[in-house]
Design a protein around this ligand. Structure first.
Ligand code: GLU
Length: 445
């Protein structure tokens, strides 16, 4: 790493002790940015990096609620408003027991660059809670969401901060959150949240957007090697919203997706995953993948184990951070992997990324490859602002154009900096320069 950046990195790490995921995200971005600072000494003089690493505002709050037995439960809520150079803070809410400040900050930091890459007018933020929705009734989830919003409402707004979903937060939770926001503020402010239901201000394609976008980005990478998804053997990790829609899109382009996973195990379905059955089990019934295997012949269910043991030519990690380590990466490469597109945020460890890059595998980092979700959130904000709603076809075309544009920006930036095919460098520099220019223009704030 560039010596000038090393010193800044050390200060950032020391100022944020115990936040391993935030450290990882910062270090990965800093490793790309040496050449930018050679060309733009003004960024160093204006302390752009130091400012970028310090969130503009961080909110931590108590979330009290009662469970179905009438017992009092206390969770911790977070919203980190990281950077508003390009637009209102934008980014999802994650409800998962692993959530703490370091996770929210890593996600918020990534979101700044991701959102910049989309070309849409959105800043970066993220939030969530250590609340575990699994096993909770609808009524418990509603009471939790209402309590969460009872604090959050004073910090957000269509021109201030626009949350959406992430792990553990889907249409049901956004509904309860929006209802409580409306009730407290007495405003039908559609643009305050994205991922809304289609009849009350949501956008078509938003549910599909992250998974679809990941596949569209990966298809663009494959095209640079004269190939495509058609005929590829694909492994997806996860079986939530991102994973399911990645499976659907990859198969619509002619691939066979042979495996996906949940936190208990994975399935191998050599005939290609039945997306309808997967949706039924995971989305309608909120069940486990084991149930998929029980209902379809020829499917193997492997309890525990790693889905990355299954050989594939294309891998789409769509579960969570650091789910794919160096050993798994080496196995995938040995088994013939040619491309990987990250549907989750930072699913590959630093060791895994090094293995992929060393082996010349096409590697699409999350902040580029999974930007379709937040990009379509920005399209939802556009529709809300104009009190309009677009057709599926039009919205999907916009998403496709945005993903092709992100691929182009990453690839041309990597070329410009003398590292063709390095999408990590292209994404980090492409996103950073846009934000840094806007911060310079807006003065010391
Ligand atoms: N949580 C998603 C992400 O990681 C989407 C955020 C949004 O739509 O605001 O980008």
């Amino acid at each position: 790493m560039d010596a000038r950046l090393e010193a800044i990195r050390d200060t950032v790490l020391a100022r944020n002790p115990g936040e391993a995921e935030f450290h990882q995200a910062v270090v990965e971005v800093f490793e790309s940015l040496g050449p930018v600072h050679d060309r733009h000494p003004e960024f160093l003089e204006a302390a752009i990096l130091e400012r970028l690493c310090e969130p503009e505002r961080q909110i931590i709050f108590r979330v009290p609620w009662t469970d179905d037995q009438g017992r009092v439960q206390i969770n911790r809520g977070f919203r980190v408003e990281f950077n508003s150079a390009l637009g209102p803070y934008k980014g999802g809410l994650r409800f998962h027991p692993s959530v703490y400040l370091g996770i929210v900050k890593f996600l918020g930091f990534e979101q700044i660059f991701k959102n910049a890459l989309t070309g849409m007018p959105i800043g970066g933020g993220k939030g969530g809670s250590d609340f575990d929705p699994r096993g909770r009734s609808d009524a418990e989830v509603m009471r939790f969401c209402q309590s969460f919003m009872t604090e959050l409402y004073r910090h957000i707004g269509e021109y201030t901060d626009v949350p959406a979903g992430d792990i553990g937060v889907g249409g049901r939770e956004i509904g309860y959150l929006f209802g409580q926001y409306k009730r407290i503020t007495n405003r039908y402010e559609s643009g305050v949240l994205t991922g809304k239901g289609i009849s009350w201000g949501g956008s078509l394609v938003r549910p599909e957007a992250t998974g679809f976008g990941t596949v569209i980005f990966t298809e663009e990478m494959l095209k640079t090697r004269g190939t495509s998804f058609d005929g590829q053997r694909v492994v997806v990790s996860g079986s939530g919203n991102v994973a399911i829609n990645a499976v659907a899109k990859a198969q619509s382009l002619g691939a066979t997706v042979v495996a996906c996973s949940d936190s208990s195990g994975y399935i191998v379905d050599e005939a290609g995953i039945d997306v309808g059955l997967l949706r039924q089990v995971k989305e309608v019934e909120r069940g486990r993948l084991k149930d998929y295997a029980l209902r379809r012949s020829g499917v193997a269910y492997v309890e525990a184990g790693s889905v990355w043991d299954v050989d594939a030519t294309v891998a789409l990690p769509c579960a969570t951070q650091n789910e794919l380590d160096g050993d798994a990466a080496a196995r995938l490469v040995r088994n013939g992997l040619i491309a990987i597109g990250e549907g989750a945020n930072m699913p590959s460890t630093r060791e895994a990324v090094a293995v992929f890059q060393e082996a010349g595998v096409l590697f699409g980092p999350g902040k580029a490859a999974n930007a379709g979700g937040v990009a379509t959130s920005a399209l939802e904000m556009q529709q809300n602002a104009s009190r309009d709603s677009w057709s599926f076809e039009h919205t999907e075309q916009r998403l496709t154009d945005i993903m092709v544009g992100i691929h182009h920006r990453c690839a041309s930036t990597a070329d410009e900096y003398g590292e063709p095919g390095n999408y990590v460098l292209g994404a980090n520099i492409g996103g950073f320069v846009k934000v840094a220019d806007a911060m310079l223009a807006q003065g010391l704030i």
